[in-house]
Write a protein that binds this ligand. Structure first.
Ligand SMILES: O=P(O)(O)OC[C@H]1O[C@H](OP(=O)(O)OP(=O)(O)O)[C@H](O)[C@@H]1O
Ligand code: HPA
Length: 189
């Protein structure tokens, strides 16, 4: 890990500014307001990466909705998915017969999203869809439907606005690509 605590130092280049992210939330919020009109969905935030996206997105949605959180993890402190998704903390809400909208920061291999969708379907949800900020398609290992997303991203490791590297840098206001030397540092450990 870099010794300097300045969180901007680990960024190679900015991908999405605060304004870009805001525009994505506005656009998705409008679409979801139309599509979920009259439905009272249960919005399920995937902890921890989705915290900022969820709070911004739901405030762009002009519908009655409940919010709950699932804590799932597959990366731990690694840059590659372990391939095993762990349920760390469950929902407090019964999803039976509910229209559920999962909110996620990123879909990469697709394993986390697929795990959550299957879990909620098995519990009897009426519908299970997702709204993801970033869609990284290059690395997909499982074919999972991504109904709503803000933007596609290339096969780069991105951090900020909830997205972490070794559990840090979630609190960057923008989204950036991690410097290659930081990635090398981790790969050579
Ligand atoms: O499509 P996948 O390859 O499964 O990757 C996407 C998932 O990986 C990250 O979560 P992580 O397991 O790092 O937990 P976190 O949300 O607490 O950071 C991210 O927030 C997604 O949930
Ligand atoms: O690019 C990424 N950044 C942060 N977390 C992630 N989890 C999967 N892919 C990523």
């Amino acid at each position: 890990m870099p010794k300097n605590d300045n969180i901007n130092n680990i960024i190679d280049h900015k991908l999405f500014s605060e304004d870009d992210i805001h525009q994505m939330c506005v656009k998705l919020g409008k679409q979801l307001t139309t599509d979920y009109a009259g439905k009272k969905p249960l919005i399920v935030g995937a902890l921890k990466g989705a915290i900022f996206f969820l709070t911004d997105l739901v405030r762009e949605m002009d519908i009655k909705a409940e919010i709950d959180f699932l804590d799932v993890s597959s990366y731990g402190n690694e840059m590659e998915s372990s391939g095993k998704v762990k349920l760390i903390s469950d929902l407090a809400t019964d999803v039976k017969d509910r229209d559920v909208l999962i909110v996620e920061d990123i879909v990469d291999t697709g394993l986390t999203l697929d795990f959550m969708k299957e879990l909620l379907k098995k519990r009897g949800a009426k519908s299970v869809k997702c709204c993801v900020l970033l869609n990284k398609e290059a690395n997909r290992k499982v074919d999972v439907d991504v109904e709503y997303y803000g933007s596609k991203v290339g096969n780069e490791f991105v951090v900020g606005y909830g997205l972490d590297f070794m559990n840090y840098y979630r609190n960057l206001r923008y989204i950036g690509v991690l410097k290659p030397e930081i990635i090398k540092l981790v790969n050579n450990k």
